[in-house]
Design a protein around this ligand. Structure first.
Ligand SMILES: Cc1ncc(COP(=O)(O)O)c(C=O)c1O
Length: 387
């Protein structure tokens, strides 16, 4: 029988935690009521479950329950945040948006679209480690800046941006700050007040919850134009019947993340360090991309000079499941925009693979990854040893 490869692609998506699945099951079966119908027990049960899940999500990010808007995932949350803030007839004196070159397409493609409606968009460079340069940011901000969008954690290189420092600079000019915290969730403690953000996006499937659900945090006083009109659900910001089971799953996933993130982080950091140290022993020419310290637990973005990433992934796929950076753009053969933004040559960027550990990664998984990557059990070790 073909062995199942070890799953080390947890930044693309995480497996559903069995406790999340168990929490969801009753809402896929007997508790099927419409959460917006207040006429009977079926509706009340579903509505109570959504209330409880909303509190779990809010608690996870230190927000108020009425500051959470449920969405279909982080892409929609980012769209609602960016299009929502810019969607009202705009004030000609506040028509600037600032973001980073390393953002996920959920932000970059959206601001590109918004630019076509008359906004001026500044896409700032990052330094060679992937961090925002605060002086460059400060120089880009003034009283014409309406909105700044900076991701908390990069999905490819795991770099953690200094959000509180960014927030104080946004506040000084009266600009709103949105953060795409999709990759921070479950890996770092999230606190909307300590971070000083006005809008924050998360996704269920990156935090051991189901796919197809996410949330947007909206600070009171931030006025958003709704993207989906309908029956007035989610305070009129997002029409449509809420998917009770998915939302219960997101709530349960956030509760588990709140409880486990320190122990998960500690374990992932130790396992990741062991993997990296052993790979470096075996391949001293190995390169680590992104900041060496300011990165989330469980992320490695590495490359072997002269070994194209697609070849390495193909040759090791029987033993380990890893990827080239962003799940959303891995169908494209273009070098990653994130790695190019670090100033890497396209040929170097083309060697980059992302290895991402998760809550369910075991010592044995890391042993198998070490054996595979060190060429011991690789089907074609020659590919790993080149260059
Ligand atoms: C940083 C980041 N933002 C947004 C998304 C999109 O999330 P979703 O799949 O929930 O739409 C992803 C998913 O890869 C991501 O990593």
């Amino acid at each position: 029988m073909t062995p199942i490869p070890v799953y080390l692609d947890n930044q693309a998506t995480t497996p559903l935690d069995p406790a999340v699945r168990d929490a969801m099951w009753p809402y896929l079966t007997e508790h099927f009521g419409n959460p917006h119908s207040s006429d009977h027990r079926f509706g009340w049960d579903a509505s109570a479950a959504i209330r409880a899940a909303r509190a779990q999500v809010a608690d996870f990010i230190n927000a108020g329950d009425d500051e959470i808007v449920f969405t279909s995932g982080a892409t929609e949350s980012c769209n609602l945040a960016l299009r929502g803030v810019t969607g009202h007839a705009h004030d000609a004196r506040r028509n600037r948006i600032v973001t980073l070159a390393t953002e996920h397409p959920a932000v970059l493609e959206t601001v590109r679209d918004i630019a076509a409606s008359g906004y001026h968009v500044d896409v700032l460079p990052v330094d060679h480690n992937g961090l925002v340069d605060l002086r460059v940011l400060e120089a880009a901000l003034d009283d014409r800046t309406l909105l700044v969008s900076v991701m908390a954690v990069n999905n490819e290189i795991g770099v953690v941006q200094p959000l509180a420092d960014i927030a104080s600079r946004c506040r000084a000019v009266g600009a709103h700050l949105h953060t795409d915290a999709t990759q921070a969730a479950g890996r770092l403690p999230i606190d909307v007040d300590a971070w000083g953000v006005d809008l924050l996006s998360i996704s269920g499937h990156k935090v051991y919850g189901p796919k197809g659900v996410g949330a947007l945090y909206v600070r009171p006083g931030v006025d958003l134009k709704p993207m989906i009109s309908g029956g007035g659900q989610e305070r009129g910001l997002r029409g449509g019947t809420l998917p009770t089971a998915l939302i219960v799953g997101l709530g349960a996933a956030c509760k588990l993340a709140t409880e486990n993130q320190h122990s998960d982080g500690y374990r992932m950091t130790a396992l990741c360090q062991r993997l990296y140290d052993r790979l470096l022993d075996a391949h001293p020419q190995l390169r680590l991309f992104g900041h060496p310290e300011r990165r989330v637990p469980g992320n490695l973005n590495i490359g072997l000079p002269g070994v194209p990433a697609d070849e390495l992934i193909r040759n090791t796929a029987a033993h380990v499941a890893i990827s080239t950076g962003s799940a959303c753009s891995s169908a494209s053969s273009e070098p990653s925009h994130v790695l190019l933004a670090l100033g890497l040559e396209p040929e170097t960027a083309a060697t980059s693979v992302r290895v991402s550990l998760g809550r369910f990664t075991t010592e044995a998984d890391i042993d198998q990854a070490i054996e595979t990557f060190c060429g011991i059990r690789s089907a074609r070790p020659v590919a790993l040893e080149r260059g």
